[in-house]
Design a protein around this ligand. Structure first.
Ligand SMILES: Nc1nc2c(c(=O)[nH]1)N[C@H]1C(S)=C(S)[C@@H](COP(=O)(O)OP(=O)(O)OC[C@H]3O[C@@H](n4cnc5c(=O)[nH]c(N)nc54)[C@H](O)[C@@H]3O)O[C@H]1N2
Ligand SMILES: Nc1nc2c(c(=O)[nH]1)N[C@H]1C(S)=C(S)[C@@H](COP(=O)(O)OP(=O)(O)OC[C@H]3O[C@@H](n4cnc5c(=O)[nH]c(N)nc54)[C@H](O)[C@@H]3O)O[C@H]1N2
Ligand SMILES: [Mo]
Length: 711
């Protein structure tokens, strides 16, 4: 080997090797974790990836998903060219067409549908990616449709809704300054690894950490001073029981309650029924553990409670449970104080970074007046009142029933039907549509059911403006050219607006100029961002000063922290204004379906469906499996790796058994995202939470038996 060959084999950057390092970020996860990536490029190809040292969120570290980016962006099933369907829906028979042809056909189809059924019959949908959402929403509005919807119909937004309902603003937790941290249903070791450094720091300073989780996880093992191993879906009862203990022990912050809380008397009256014995019966917890956790939370202050966007609200009683948990921060005066739960505004692209942009205004500026209700508005009136987008868990029903009006076309940017309850029903509904477009990275099942498929780029191949907590902003540039003939979503949206000849000059002026418009009230110069390779500090950004919002009065009908919701009373009269507890399942099923299935927890090397077709990450858990309690397995004579069938009233799947002490007796856990045996088929319409429309993925009554045919 020559010296040069050695350098090249070791991928050493430099003139002689022709290897260059360029900066981008990983966009596999949610915006908060778009970790900085050093890409090693040779001859226009990414040959190696490392974390970027000094980058705000990850400072040089990457998780297994980040490290697998090279395999992700070069996946063999990347869509190479615009396609037109030639065979039946689902057959995968397509012919390549030019971008111009694709746009012409889309415009023709959409305009015809608009003429016959009205613009509201076209839905504009976005999957997990969030960076182009305000553009897509504006496209929908400029087209005349109220129907923008996204994966947020199942993620995070129910927590935003609940906070808005209670205090008028989404809120986060100030774990850095807390003395007690209630890690309520969270396992950052798998879902938020970039937050772990901070957790280790606060733990080292002696912070008390309570973890509330039915499973044994790295979080319960490594961080918890106390682990409340609760039965799934019973968190509301625990929170109400804690509320009663706080009142009985005189730990209420009287001053805060007097001045800033609405509905306290009704709350006191309601929680009387949640005495310790009853709460223990419902939750399966020990009284002394509940008492200890409550005392730490209410006395060892300030205390904060973590706010995951998934496990608590993924129950049909989840919205109310989430509200019941938030009540604790009101009655103990732990809201809007240093180290408590504090209000947070959205800055850009579903991310708060302590400065303001005009993104929201941008998305809504072309919204026509007097629009018909959005998909889901009638069925989920509380969601409709608080949220800026339709509730997509009602999409299947509306396509099938055409009530209150027909939906005839879907413009899908990354729609994965498998993330919704009973995915086959959504796919069947989609097959009934007059027109389906998919803009995607990969040839997914949904693409195969689309009429036109458009190839889009990964973050390695495009530009994007992005903000980070702490007041950072960056503008990434492509580190390689677009693969095949793919284009960025932002370009596709602009070009669709052109093809549809929409009266929206700003949207049609292109991505960068729209971002400039959104930043026009802010001291940040986009050119500074574009010039720099790394995130820069935004001059306007300043950390929130706890207490400010309370002084100003909350943005709720009463101006107070509402334990009794005036909004529920007014906008959703059939629902309970108090954070009432109801069981998470249909009790009549307990005999036939004795087990409780959770389909939800996160795998450290998977992100929903996205890493399942990437060889490195897939190899870490190749088969769909059900985690079950080892003693339950023994009682049923089920051994590791054996096939078992899990049945719910909605359907059945067969997977391999994985007996483990990490799962509670009576409980099962399956990771979602495996299409070979899709556990979401076991979740039916019954599981939708009437307050938010969120699916109850985490509590499905089922039974398990040995045997069955895989799938
Ligand atoms: N059982 C169960 N189901 C769940 C959950 C659960 O916990 N349990 N969690 C819910 C939650 S919290 C979430 S967030 C959702 C996630 O649901 P989805 O957002 O549907 O998740 P993905 O499977 O990643 O699908 C996103 C699609 O977008 C494509 N994509 C990725 N990047 C881009 C891009 O830049 N542009 C375009 N046009 N497409 C792109 C991907 O290839 C993929 O096909 O799932 C929900 N479903
Ligand atoms: N690696 C990886 N990271 C991710 C994702 C991913 O797919 N993969 N997805 C991202 C997304 S979209 C989201 S929304 C977040 C979610 O982030 P997290 O909320 O942290 O995710 P989960 O692992 O679903 O849930 C955390 C814990 O809640 C517990 N839990 C389940 N049901 C209940 C219950 O009824 N009560 C209580 N108290 N606990 C319960 C589970 O056992 C689990 O250990 O993660 C994000 N990060
Ligand atoms: Mo999510």
């Amino acid at each position: 080997m020559t010296e040069l060959e050695r350098l090249q084999a070791a991928k050493i950057p430099g003139k002689e090797t022709g290897i260059e390092i360029r900066h981008t970020f990983c966009s596999v996860c949610e915006p908060l974790f778009h970790c900085g990536i050093d890409t090693y490029i040779k001859d226009g190809e990414v040959i190696k990836i490392e974390g970027t040292p000094g980058y705000p969120v990850n400072n040089g570290n990457l998780c297994p998903k980040g490290h697998a980016n090279r395999q992700y962006i070069y996946r063999a099933d990347r869509i190479k060219t615009p396609l037109r369907r030639t065979g039946p829906r689902g057959s995968g028979e397509f012919e390549p067409i030019s971008w111009e042809e694709a746009y012409r056909e889309i415009a023709e189809k959409l305009n015809r549908i608009k003429e016959i059924y009205g613009p509201e019959s076209v839905l504009f949908y976005s999957g997990y990616a969030k960076w182009y959402r305000s553009f897509l929403q504006r496209l929908a509005h400029s087209f005349g449709s109220p129907n923008f919807g996204s994966e947020s119909s199942t993620c995070h937004m129910a927590t935003v809704e609940a906070w808005k309902d209670m205090v008028g603003r989404f809120s986060v937790y100030d774990v850095q300054n807390a003395a007690t941290f209630m890690a309520w249903a969270v396992n950052p070791y798998h879902s938020k690894p970039t937050q772990l450094r901070q957790l280790y720091e606060v733990k080292a300073r002696g912070q008390k950490i309570v973890v509330i989780d039915p499973r044994v996880t790295p979080m319960t093992e490594k961080m918890a001073d106390l682990h409340l191993r609760i039965r799934p879906g019973t968190d509301g009862a625990l929170a109400l029981g804690m509320g009663k203990l706080i009142i009985d022990n005189g730990w209420v912050d009287e001053e805060y309650v007097k001045n800033h809380v609405y509905g306290f008397e009704e709350y006191v009256d309601y929680v009387k029924q949640f005495d310790l014995k009853r709460v223990c019966d419902i939750t399966g917890l020990r009284g002394e553990d509940i008492e200890k956790a409550t005392e730490w939370y209410a006395v060892n202050k300030p205390s904060c409670i973590s706010q995951s966007g998934a496990p608590i609200v993924h129950h049909r009683n989840g919205y109310q449970a989430f509200r019941a948990i938030n009540c604790l921060s009101a009655i103990t005066g732990n809201y809007d104080v240093l180290g408590g739960n504090i209000p947070a505004g959205e800055t850009y692209s579903h991310q708060w970074a302590n400065f303001e942009t005009r993104e929201h205004e941008f998305a809504n500026a072309t919204k026509p007046r007097d629009l018909p209700p959005r998909i889901g508005d009638k069925r989920f009136p509380l969601w409709a009142h608080f949220m800026d987008e339709g509730q997509m868990t009602d999409l299947t029903r509306q396509i099938q029933e055409e009530v209150p009006y027909p939906v005839k076309a879907v413009m899908a940017f990354g729609l994965n039907h498998r993330m919704f309850p009973e995915p086959h029903k959504l796919l069947e509904a989609v097959d009934k549509l007059d027109f389906v477009m998919s803009a995607e990275l990969f040839m997914t099942e949904m693409c195969r059911h689309s009429d036109i498929v458009l190839p889009v780029c990964t973050s390695f191949e495009r530009e994007e403006f992005k903000v980070y907590p702490g007041g950072f902003a960056t503008y990434i540039k492509p580190v390689i050219g677009p693969l095949y003939s793919s284009r960025p979503d932002s370009t596709v949206i602009k070009e669709l607006a052109d093809a549809l000849e929409l009266d929206d000059p700003l949207l049609r002026s292109g991505y960068e100029s729209c971002v400039r418009w959104m930043l026009s009230d802010c001291k940040l110069e986009l050119d500074d961002c574009i010039r720099e390779d790394m995130p820069i500090k935004v001059p306007d950004a300043k950390p929130y000063e706890p207490g400010l919002y309370t002084k100003q009065g909350y943005d709720t009908p009463t101006g107070k922290f509402e334990l009794w919701s005036k909004s529920i009373e007014r906008y959703a009269p059939g629902l309970n204004p108090l954070p009432a507890y109801t069981p998470p399942w249909d009790r009549t099923n307990e005999v036939d379906y004795p087990m409780v299935l959770s389909i939800g927890a996160r795998l450290p090397f998977a992100l929903h469906s996205r890493m399942h077709d990437v060889p490195w990450t897939r190899s870490l858990r190749p088969d769909p499996m059900v985690d079950m309690n080892d003693e339950d397995a023994e009682a049923l004579d089920i051994r590791e790796g054996e096939l078992v069938t899990i049945e719910s009233p909605a359907g059945a799947i067969t997977v391999k058994a994985n007996p483990t002490a990490r799962i509670m007796p009576g409980c099962l856990q399956i990771y979602h995202g495996y299409r070979e045996a899709d556990a979401n088929e076991l979740v039916d319409d019954f599981h939708l939470d009437p307050y938010s429309g969120y699916p109850g993925y985490n509590c499905v009554r089922c039974r398990i038996r040995k045997g069955g045919k895989e799938g």
